[in-house]
Design a protein around this ligand. Structure first.
Ligand SMILES: [Zn+2]
Length: 222
């Protein structure tokens, strides 16, 4: 099977699409549908999957395998079969929430680099809270407020966020905040005059879409 064409790679605002069913099969997570292309984001990179519908069926989980094939876990699979054309609909509220949290993380991570020289180690996006692990020896209220203020300034400036698909040589010329985990075609998210990061997630088109960033609490973990 060929890798699934990722429509969300080019357009994170696409919430309705049509695609051809390539395969239907049972898995331990439930009945799965593979499409030739999809706007559904699969779980990965600290960001949970989208939900929505394929035809009459609910899409309750989406995951990607090592061969970059995306599986839509549907309920019930009903009459979906290979060769069929189906319409996919993404749940808007969940997509927007994830897109805001995730885009906000790009900004906050760069804000920590610029205000305290601190790099981001990991990120977890949850339905109630999102957490970010920062390489910072002595966190303090002042440092948190400094990073938060810079992040919110970038949001209020409503800067464009752009997607670039580049190769290894082109990526080497960009001021990337972190190294890419993939080789070959690398997807880079640019926040104008602020941050460049390799990333496969869904993002806002402009920073103003993100809304306010608030650091609600912090703690030392080691
Ligand atoms: Zn991202």
């Amino acid at each position: 099977m060929k890798p699934t064409e990722k429509q969300y790679f080019h357009d994170s605002s696409l919430l309705e699409f049509s695609a051809t069913v390539v395969e239907v099969k049972a898995s331990e997570r439930g009945d799965c549908v593979v499409l030739d292309q999809t706007a559904f984001y699969p779980t990965g990179g600290g960001q949970p999957n989208d939900t929505g519908s394929l035809g009459e069926a609910r899409v309750i989980d989406v995951f990607e395998d090592d061969a970059n094939i995306i599986y839509h876990v549907v309920q019930p699979v009903g009459s979906i079969e290979p060769g069929q054309n189906v319409t996919g609909l993404i749940d808007r509220g969940r997509r927007l929430d994830h897109l805001q949290q995730h885009s906000g993380q790009h900004i906050l991570s760069q804000a920590f680099v610029q205000t305290c020289g601190a790099e981001t180690r990991s990120f977890h996006l949850g339905s109630q809270t999102s957490t970010i692990d920062i390489e910072l020896q002595s966190p303090s209220d002042d440092l948190m407020r400094g990073a938060e203020d810079l992040a919110n300034a970038v949001i209020f400036e409503d800067r464009p966020m752009r997607v670039h698909l580049v190769n290894d040589e082109e990526a080497a010329l960009l001021p990337l905040r972190k190294e890419s985990a993939v080789r070959g075609k690398i997807r880079v998210i640019e926040i104008e005059n602020f941050d460049w990061s390799p990333c496969g997630g869904t993002h806002a088109a402009r920073t103003g879409q993100i809304g306010l960033i608030a650091i609600r609490s912090y703690e030392r973990i080691r």
